[in-house]
Design a protein around this ligand. Structure first.
Ligand SMILES: Nc1ncnc2c1ncn2[C@@H]1O[C@H](COP(=O)(O)OP(=O)(O)OP(=O)(O)O)[C@@H](O)[C@H]1O
Ligand SMILES: [Mg+2]
Length: 406
């Protein structure tokens, strides 16, 4: 494990990250850095980093890579498969290493990219080239190389054409194949005597689950969970953004109960909705997320209306809450269990089977096995369970108030 953990964390603290057109300070993540350095970088491995949509996976990895780039212990090679970039040209590759090493690595990797621009990542070739680089003089101190393939599942999905979630089987299959490739297995797990190679794929939980199912039990892969920011760090972000935008009287506790530390969704609220959380609740949460998901389920199933879907959800939830001893059913994540398309549509997330990099807050929207990605989804569903399908933002806010959450 690289030595200067605190130094690395301090350097991350000084980083400015994007927020709309603004820059804000990178917050928190000490626990994640320690878990990452101690547990993820403990053995050669393929890791899948998942978490709520916009929780900060990419930002965490880039900021860490950047903070470690002059230690010379670990080289980060970061492929960005961001769909618009890849459609135009090749995936962007960023190498985080001291300048002299960086030059050598980029030079070597360039040859592969030119040879096979658009095919799925040829991990075997990338690995052979990296082994060649590592065996050169002057790179004796490098302990390991971390490859990050960001947005790779979205890229595969876009190639498959239909953005429908069923393509996840295709995506998981392609990824699993690349990892299982004989060359890759041999190099990662046999050929490296004293150095380590890590492959990290920040992906959606649905892809992660399917890959785990395909490769499960072989010890090759591990899903890691990164959560939204904790309450205190989120408070700091909100205050900083309020100052930057000149917003007055921002109710930080209410925002915690709506966003649960998700900075991407805060960005949507501030930039697209100018802090108008009622309109954000109506358009983004009630209409675009919950109603749309129930409608999709209605069409796919045997239901005559979304009201019937909700009824069915409540019946199922009551039974599950009873079975698990959760008390009265109020939308508890462990009673809803991601059913009704809630997992596929990023309303909920599965917490089991993964190593948790982040500590999860103790809140009603986070269960033991499942959680809502942001609390607003939980409160909307709770209001619907009480009042029926036609809830308004006021009903949702009332729900939060009555539970003492504000
Ligand atoms: N630790 C942090 N402190 C402050 N802001 C952060 C932090 N982490 C992420 N952000 C901000 O939150 C937003 C979302 O982050 P990011 O794009 O890294 O999320 P993600 O999990 O990779 O999203 P996706 O699920 O779309 O891949 C960005 O605007 C980023 O700058
Ligand atoms: Mg990302």
């Amino acid at each position: 494990m690289p030595h200067e953990v605190n130094e690395i964390i301090n350097r991350m603290r000084e980083t400015v990250v994007g927020f709309g057109e603004y820059g804000i300070r990178f917050r928190d993540r000490e626990g994640e850095v320690k878990a990452f350095l101690g547990r993820v970088l403990a053995a050669s491995r393929v890791g899948f980093i998942y978490g709520p949509f916009g929780a900060g996976k990419s930002t965490f990895l880039k900021t860490l890579a950047s903070a470690m780039q002059n230690t010379g212990d670990v080289i980060f090679v970061y492929y960005d498969y961001n769909v618009p970039i890849v459609q135009e040209s090749m995936p962007e590759v960023m190498v985080y290493a001291p300048v002299d090493i960086k030059r050598v690595v980029i030079e070597a990797l360039r040859s592969i990219q030119l040879a096979s621009p658009f095919v799925s990542v040829n991990l075997g070739e990338v690995l052979k080239v990296m082994l060649g680089v590592l065996s050169r003089e002057g790179l004796r101190d490098v302990e390991g190389v971390v490859f990050v393939f960001d947005e790779y599942d979205r890229y595969l999905k876009s190639k498959a054409g239909d953005p429908n979630f069923r393509d996840l089987d295709y995506v998981a299959g392609a990824l699993a194949q690349a990892i299982e490739h004989a060359d890759v297995r041999r190099i990662i797990f046999k050929e490296l005597a004293d150095r380590r190679l890590y492959f990290l794929f920040p992906i959606s939980d649905q892809t992660a689950l399917r890959i785990a199912m395909r490769l499960g039990g072989k010890g090759l892969t591990m899903p890691y969970l990164l959560w939204n920011l904790p309450r205190q760090a989120f408070r700091e972000v909100v205050n900083e953004v309020a100052e930057l935008t000149g917003a007055k009287n921002v109710n930080v506790d209410l925002l915690w109960n709506l966003l649960g530390g998700n900075v991407r969704e805060l960005e949507v609220l501030v930039v697209d909705y100018n802090w108008d959380y009622r309109r954000w609740l109506q358009e983004e949460v009630i209409e675009r997320k919950i109603i749309r998901t129930l409608e999709e389920y209605e069409r796919a199933g045997r239901f005559s209306s979304i009201g019937k879907v909700l009824e069915s959800l409540v019946d199922k939830g009551r039974a599950a809450a009873g079975d698990y001893g959760l008390g009265e059913f109020m939308g508890q994540p462990d009673a809803v269990e991601g059913d009704y398309g809630f997992l596929e549509n990023n309303i909920m997330i599965n917490l089991t089977g993964a190593e948790h990099l982040s500590e999860l807050p103790t809140e009603p929207w986070i269960g033991k096995r499942y959680a809502y990605q942001i609390p607003a989804y939980y409160w909307v569903l709770r209001a619907m369970i009480r009042k029926g399908i036609n809830v308004k933002p006021e009903d949702v806010l009332e729900e939060i108030n009555e539970s003492g959450g504000n």
